[in-house]
Design a binder for this molecule. Sequence first.
Ligand code: TPP
Ligand code: MG
Length: 371
Amino acid sequence: MPKKTVYSAKIEHIQILDEQGKLDASLAKDTLKDDEVVFLYEQMSISRHYDEIAFKLQRSGRMGTYPQNKGQEAGPAGAGYAIKKRGSIDWICPCYRENLALFLNGMPMEHILLHWMGDERGNQIPPGVNILPIAIPIGTQPLHAAGIAWAQKYQKTGAAAVTFFGDGATSEGDVHEAMNFASALKLPVVFFCQNNFWAISVPREVQTGSETIAQKGLAYGMPSYQIDGNDIFASYKTVRDALKTAVEDNQPVFIEAITYRLGDHTTADDARRYRDEKIVEQWRKKDPLIRTRKYLESKKMWSDKKQAELEAKAKELVDGVVKRAEGIATPAIGDIFDYSYAELPAELVRQRESMRTASLNEYPVTETLRR
Ligand SMILES: Cc1ncc(C[n+]2csc(CCOP(=O)(O)OP(=O)(O)O)c2C)c(N)n1
Ligand SMILES: [Mg+2]
């Protein structure tokens, strides 16, 4: 029997706004209008300022740890905006490097600070906001997305699930199970992988033998794209179209967004120990904020005056967010019993009551030690 090719593949790389801020007008057609680009530039700048303040909060002992989003704002901005334009009905299953996608869809900004301050109330998502708490166990949230999308399909809500994860997460079995499940069951999921070339100190080329991350989506039978993740146009357009495919055809889609982590992995890391500064410098030139601003300036839609006004606005806004996060009342100690069971088992009732021994009105640990 003659040999024949049973499978061949190609993956498109989509860039619409290049590093110099030059737009491919034909690809940009029917995507973002000028006022939308201004809006997203402002949002990315506010997110950058938020990041800088969070970093300082950690350095001054007011926050446990924090993973900066710096340099990666455009992917979550475009994706989050595509979700927002559908009315924020889709479920977002995030990790920790896409703050802006959450902010654009109703997550109060102080919640993310609270989370990193170690206050669980940061993970109490307000009712009506279709966002899951930040997933710290790497690669677990795509499974949640597959499950949620299955429920959406079953209940015919017309909503999809969008999950964000990193290049490193694609080495976790969970991510592959989620992709296989979503594709085999034809579920409305958008898998959005931010390939920032690092998983803490493990470089992308050590992470996987694949040439692209996107081809992993192809292996599961999904339409898969690679985009310039520092380009809001590419991110918006690809996610908008992916959501349409997901919802209308019950077809999951995989997107690999090429970006770069300009900061350390978290505030507990020092990337200078393992990264070549020359490469980091090259990526600083590809910063999504710089190219978006260049584009707006070329269209006479941005000026130094507008920039100064934006910076003042970002400062005031983020100052308010920090005040709200730090000003939250101390939680009641009994809260640890109150949110897991509809009806508290007897043993826990006993524990709660003994903790609240009001006899001395003392903190329970002190009380126990005293006894
Ligand atoms: C299951 C699990 N294993 C290990 C870790 C420790 N860890 C935290 S972040 C991280 C790297 C993740 O890299 P990537 O998915 O590329 O995301 P990035 O941090 O680059 O955004 C690791 C290994 C974890 N949180 N969860
Ligand atoms: Mg990574």
